[in-house]
Design a protein around this ligand. Structure first.
Ligand SMILES: *Cc1c(COP(=O)(O)O)cnc(C)c1O
Length: 393
C-alpha cells in the first residue's frame, strides 16, 4: 500500500464514507446479524461475494480494518477480533501441531497463559526467552527449527517490544531477519508501541497483533483486538479462525474504536512527552528506580533510539518493597490504581498483585500508564504518593 499521508493525517482522513451530497462524515453502525443472499457458499460460510452473516463480517468493521492496515502498512485489510486475546489466540493457532512457540519471559500475561494452556494439552511447546538478548533468542529459534526439520509453520517467534512490564527493547530487525532465514514465523504484539512508534510488518514480521482496547481505542471504554498480515495464506487462516471460533467484535465497539483512533497521534504525542518528563523527574527522586527506554541510562535506550519513533508512554518505578509499592497505589488521587494501559487517563499498578507475574519482576515494581493530563498535576500527585509510601518504611 503506498503511503500518501503521514500517520497523523491518516488517522483523521481515513475510513470516511465517499464524498457526495449529504454523505455523512462518519461510517454508520450496522446492527444486523444477517445479510441478504441466495448464492452458493464456501465451506466456512464466508465468501468473496457478500457478508452473509454477522460472524463473517459487518460493514462497520470494514473502514476500521482498512485504517489499521494503512497504519501498519499491511497489504491486506486488518482483522478485528472481540479482544486482544482473541487476536493473540488466533495468531497462536497458526503454529503447526506439535510445533514450538518461542515467547518473551516478560510478556503480556494473557498471551503467555494462552500459549501455556495450549502447551499443557500438547498442542505445541513453549520456550521462554529474554527477548532483549538477541543471541539467545536466535539460538532458541535455530534450535527449534533444527528440531522440526523445516516443517512449514512449525516454529513461531512471538515478539513483544517494549515488553510488559519490564520495557525491554528487542532488536526487531535482527530477530525477524534471523527467524525468516530459518523458516520461522514471526508475530509481533505491537500494543505497547502502536503503529505510530513501530511498524513491524515493514521489517518483515509475518503478523502483527493488537489489543485495540489500549492506545488504538484509547479511552478505556471498549475491549477489542486486531491482527494484521500481508501474507494471503496467513490472512485466510486468521479469517477462517475468526469466522469459525467466533470471537467476533461488536459493531458498537468497532465504531467507538474508530472514533478513538482519530486522536491517536495527538494522544500518543502528549502521553509520550508526559512519560519522558515524569521519567526524568523520577530518576532524580531518592529511594526509587526507574525503567523507561527514553532515559539514556536505560538498557533499552540505544535500541529504542534506533528503532522506535518515541519511547512510549509506559514507565516503571521500583520501590524497595511490595508494601511500599502497595501504599503508593493507595495514596494517589489523580492517578487511578487499575490494570490496563493506553487510555487518556493515567493508571498505576503494582504488578506483582497478579499471581502469575514472573518473579523476575521486582515485588516493588509499579507500572505506570501515562495519560494526557497536565504533567505537573501528574507529578505532584505521584510525588506525594511516593513520599507517603517511602516515609512509612
Ligand atoms: C491488553 C493486552 C493484550 C490483551 O488484550 P485484551 O484486549 O485485554 O484482550 C495483549 N497484549 C498486550 C501487550 C496487552 O497490553
Amino acid at each position: 500500500m503506498t503511503q500518501k499521508w503521514a500517520p497523523e493525517t491518516v488517522v483523521v482522513e481515513t475510513a470516511r464514507p465517499p464524498r457526495e451530497l449529504d454523505a455523512p462524515l462518519n461510517p454508520a453502525v450496522v446492527l444486523s446479524s444477517t445479510f441478504v443472499g441466495t448464492h452458493d457458499l464456501g465451506t466456512d460460510g464466508a465468501d468473496a461475494e457478500g457478508i452473509q452473516y454477522g460472524r463473517f463480517g459487518n460493514p462497520t468493521w470494514t473502514p476500521f480494518e482498512r485504517a489499521l492496515a494503512e497504519l501498519e502498512r499491511a497489504e491486506l485489510p486488518g482483522l478485528v477480533f472481540a479482544s486482544g486475546l482473541a487476536a493473540v489466540s488466533a495468531a497462536l493457532e497458526l503454529v503447526a501441531p506439535g510445533g514450538t512457540v518461542i515467547m518473551p519471559r516478560h510478556c503480556y500475561l494473557g498471551s503467555l497463559s494462552a500459549a501455556k494452556d495450549s502447551a499443557a494439552v500438547g498442542r505445541f511447546d513453549v520456550v521462554t526467552v529474554d527477548i532483549a538478548d538477541t543471541d539467545s533468542v536466535q539460538e532458541a529459534v535455530s534450535a527449534a527449527a533444527a528440531r522440526h526439520h523445516g516443517t512449514d509453520r512449525a516454529v513461531m517467534l512471538w515478539i513483544e517490544s517494549p515488553t510488559n512490564p519490564m520495557l525491554e527493547v528487542a532488536d526487531l530487525p535482527a530477530l525477524v531477519a534471523h527467524a525468516k532465514g530459518v523458516g520461522a514465523l514471526t508475530v509481533v504484539d505491537n500494543t505497547f508501541a502502536t503503529p505510530l512508534v513501530q511498524q513491524p510488518l515493514t521489517v518483515g514480521a509475518d503478523v502483527v497483533v493488537h489489543s485495540v482496547t489500549k492506545y488504538l481505542a484509547g479511552h478505556s471504554d471498549v475491549v477489542l483486538g486486531a491482527a494484521l498480515t500481508s501474507d494471503p495464506a496467513l490472512h485466510e487462516a486468521l479469517h477462517h479462525h475468526r469466522s469459525i471460533r467466533g470471537a467476533v467484535a461488536g459493531p458498537w465497539e468497532v465504531w467507538l474504536a474508530l472514533r478513538g483512533l482519530r486522536t491517536l497521534a495527538l494522544r500518543v504525542e502528549r502521553s509520550q512527552q508526559n512519560a519522558k518528563e515524569l521519567a526524568q523527574r523520577l530518576s532524580a527522586h531518592p529511594g526509587v528506580e526507574v525503567r523507561f527506554p527514553g532515559l539514556a541510562t536505560d538498557p533499552g535506550h540505544d535500541r529504542a533510539v534506533a528503532q522506535l519513533k518515541g519511547f512510549g508512554s509506559i514507565l516503571c518505578v521500583v520501590l524497595p518493597t511490595s508494601a511500599a509499592a502497595q501504599r503508593a497505589t493507595e495514596a494517589v488521587s489523580l492517578w487511578t490504581p487499575a490494570t490496563s494501559l493506553g487510555g487518556v487517563e493515567s493508571l498505576i499498578e503494582r504488578r506483582r498483585r497478579h499471581a502469575h507475574e514472573p518473579h523476575s519482576v521486582p515485588e516493588g515494581l509499579l507500572r505506570l500508564s501515562v495519560g494526557i493530563e497536565n504533567v505537573d498535576d501528574l507529578w505532584n500527585d505521584l510525588e506525594h504518593a511516593l513520599d507517603t509510601a517511602l516515609a512509612a518504611t
